[in-house]
Design a protein around this ligand. Structure first.
Ligand code: ADP
Length: 190
């Protein structure tokens, strides 16, 4: 298998978290989810968590001065040396450029970006369902979901154009069962 420095990309509800859990088990690399990191901070009532919540609750991106430092700190830990799965970062072109800086300081690079796509209709359907199961406040309200979709389209999706010329973006259809989608990912990682 080729390098194991991987980014999992896609709109909210595309199944990044679900597929990431399966993938890290297989690849034996740490799962680095910025959304999970913010939620852990929030649970522990840290200043960073309370600040992040203001933005998460609106479906907006947490400002880069908070997010990038947190990711830099995480990627400087020892356990990423054999690879890592970044989930939810980068989420904008400036974040992609910052990631380049962080990685070049560590003398490593990204090997693959797995871009999972689903339709807007499917996003809304899945998030409303997830709100009932997981109780995430940013899934509960349709106007917040709409903001997250808008944020994705205006800020996150453009960062794919930053990576496409490098030939490392792999597009995966996110529609279908969890197992089907995972099989698609496995196939491209072989
Ligand atoms: P989802 O992919 O379902 O939107 P995440 O758990 O990845 O869920 O993210 C939840 C929220 O956390 C986002 O809507 C955003 O407010 C914040 N967040 C996560 N990652 C980033 C990031 N890289 N930059 C800024 N904000 C982020």
């Amino acid at each position: 298998m080729s390098g194991k420095n991987i980014i999992l990309f896609g709109p909210p509800g595309a199944g990044k978290g679900t597929q990431a859990a399966k993938l890290v088990k297989r690849l034996k690399v740490p799962h680095i989810s910025t959304g999970d990191m913010f939620r852990a901070h929030l649970k522990n009532q840290t200043a960073l968590g309370n600040k992040a919540k203001e933005y998460m609750d609106q479906g907006a991106l947490v400002p880069d001065e908070i997010t990038i430092g947190m990711v830099r700190e995480r990627l400087s830990q020892q356990d990423v040396q054999e690879g890592f799965l970044l989930d939810g970062f980068p989420r904008s072109t400036p974040q992609a450029k910052s990631l380049d800086n962080i990685l070049s300081d560590l003398a490593i690079s990204i090997d693959k970006i797995i871009n999972i796509s689903i339709s807007d209709q499917e996003i809304i359907k899945r998030l409303i369902k997830r709100a009932k199961i997981e109780g995430r406040t940013d899934d509960a309200d349709e106007s917040i979901i709409k903001n997250r979709i808008d944020t994705y389209k205006s800020q996150s999706e453009p960062c794919l154009a930053y990576y496409r010329p490098l030939g490392i973006v792999i597009d995966i259809d996110g529609i279908g069962s969890k197992r089907k989608v995972f099989n698609r990912i496995k196939r491209i990682l072989k």
